[in-house]
Design a binder for this molecule. Sequence first.
Ligand SMILES: [Zn+2]
Length: 104
Amino acid sequence: MGWKHGKRWVYSITYDEGCQRLLDYAVPLHRRFGVPGHVALVASQVGVPRNCPGSSYDGMMILSRTELDGLRTEGWGVSCHGHTHAGIDSGNADFEVVAARRVL
Ligand SMILES: [Zn+2]
């Protein structure tokens, strides 16, 4: 993939939790400058109002699968903050890491 203006590399910005409002504010700026970003999401919180008790993001709408797919086609990256945003230990690692990655 070539970068805008023939640049050989670009900075990227990662947005925690993948709130849908990125489409209104951040994504247009990324498009304007030709630089993709990155979102890190909780696998069980795609396309729904965020519900991770204690989180300051709670209630904010999270990007849908279709919106994520659209960003991916523009070069955006997607990474995983686990299945439920819980701390990870040997008892839940398979669910929080392996299963969550499959979902995203
Ligand atoms: Zn997180």
